[in-house]
Design a protein around this ligand. Structure first.
Ligand code: Q9C
Ligand code: ZN
Length: 406
């Protein structure tokens, strides 16, 4: 598997509230360090450590404007320095919101507060989205990993792994070690450790850079090229509902969003099975599928939901698959409540890829907070995925047991 990593993703370090105490955030640089170490140690994957150039950074911000407001992006970029200059935060501290948007009858058109101290509350929905000195560099590095992952799967991209093979791409899947994660974030509110929606950015990249022939492959109209007809399926396997991703594509008939997540868990206000897209006859009706799963569920129960999810993704016949991959479904995770074990991730990876074998796929890292088990959980997922992708035989993977390897 091609795995993309950028050391700048380690620069973001913030705090969050646990009960009434401020603690270092569970979403920490050590997560990526542990994963990279495990990948290196395994010797199994094509780990590519990249650095976003100035042009890459500018391009990532421009692409992010398809899904995030300019004011929001500018706020995320500059707020730390503004707080520092006004003496509101120390050099090694974190910017956190105080007062969130307050919906009221008298004034439905809210705008960002003039007060520097108050502004973070306008651009966030929770207290798990602090901003530290170098957060912006990490946020952009993370976003760029998603952009570059998409580029590797584009048919005629000069940087594509397929460049020597004509139009057919050789790389079938790319994993982006994104940090901070993205799936809780939509247009202009950070939250749940997320600032830019990395998966959405990968979709924007596919739409922006796909050759016209592919963009219009479902129409004979030669003038049709302004809007992409490409279809995308997002499979969100993080423990939490990806409210940001759902929000961004809720009205989009060409993007299917499917999520398995803890029922009645963070972010609490979204993720119900009744959220199926705009009402019929809107063409986007039915392009959102939430599969909430009771906390405490076993892997068998999880697999039943996964089969429903995979059937929906197959039926959608997407051009690209995007996987929001979180390991907070792990039984020991401090923020997750499923009973899923390390060996189960191999089955999970195999199940997903054997059901969706030939679709080019970007996998982006989301959550997962048991730092010393993250590496082995990820390696198991990738092993199952690659067994399926290479059509190797493997006993036990189809019935949920992963008892032997190929
Ligand atoms: N202060 C992801 O897994 N709540 N985000 C933390 C402790 C936020 C999870 C509660 C959980 C966010 C990407
Ligand atoms: Zn999560």
């Amino acid at each position: 598997m091609i795995i993309l990593h950028d050391e700048d993703t380690l620069l973001h370090e913030t705090v969050e509230l646990l009960g009434s105490k401020l603690i270092p955030a569970f979403e920490s640089p050590s997560r990526i360090k542990a994963i990279v170490q495990s990948i290196n140690h395994s010797g199994k994957h094509d780990l590519r450590t990249i650095t976003a150039s100035a042009a890459d950074q500018t391009s990532a911000v421009e692409l992010a404007k398809a899904t995030h407001s300019t004011g929001y992006l500018s706020h995320i970029q500059h707020v730390f320095k503004q707080w520092l200059d006004e003496g509101l935060v120390e050099e090694h501290g974190s910017v956190l919101p105080e007062c969130f948007r307050l919906h009221n009858t008298a004034n439905s058109k809210l705008k960002p507060p003039k007060d520097t101290f108050a502004r973070p509350g306008y651009y966030a929905f929770d207290m798990s989205s602090g901003i530290s000195q170098h957060s912006w560099r990490a946020i952009i590095a993370s976003a760029n990993l998603a952009v570059q992952a998409a580029h590797l799967l584009l048919p005629t991209s000069p940087t594509s792994a397929s460049a020597t093979n004509g139009d057919e791409t050789e790389a079938k899947s790319v994993l982006a070690l994104c940090r901070p994660p993205g799936h809780h974030c939509s247009g202009q509110q950070a939250g749940g450790y997320c600032y830019i929606n990395n998966i959405a950015l990968a979709i924007t990249t596919f739409r922006h850079f796909s050759p016209p022939a592919q963009k219009t492959r479902r129409t004979s109209n030669p003038h049709f090229s302004s809007t992409s007809r490409l279809k995308f399926a997002i499979l969100d396997l993080d423990f939490h509902h990806g409210n940001g991703t759902q929000e961004l594509f809720y009205g989009d008939p060409n993007v299917l969003y499917v999520s398995i997540h803890g029922e009645d868990e963070f972010p609490y206000y979204t993720g119900a099975a009744s959220e199926t897209g705009p009402p019929a006859p809107d063409p986007a009706h039915g392009t959102n599928l939430n599969l909430p799963l009771a906390t405490g569920s076993s892997f068998d129960e999880y697999l039943r939901k996964l089969h429903v999810a995979l059937q929906a993704v197959r039926d959608f016949k997407a051009d690209y698959l995007l996987v929001s991959l979180g390991f907070d479904t792990f039984h020991l995770d401090p923020l997750g409540k499923f009973d899923i074990r390390t060996e189960n991730y191999k089955v999970m990876g195999w199940q997903v890829r054997s059901a969706l074998r030939d679709i080019p796929g970007v996998i982006a890292l989301e959550g997962g907070y048991v730092v010393d088990r993250l590496g082995e959980n990820l390696l198991n997922f990738l092993e199952g995925w690659e067994i399926a992708e290479k059509r190797l035989d493997c006993v036990g993977l189809s019935d949920g047991q992963a008892t032997s390897t190929a």
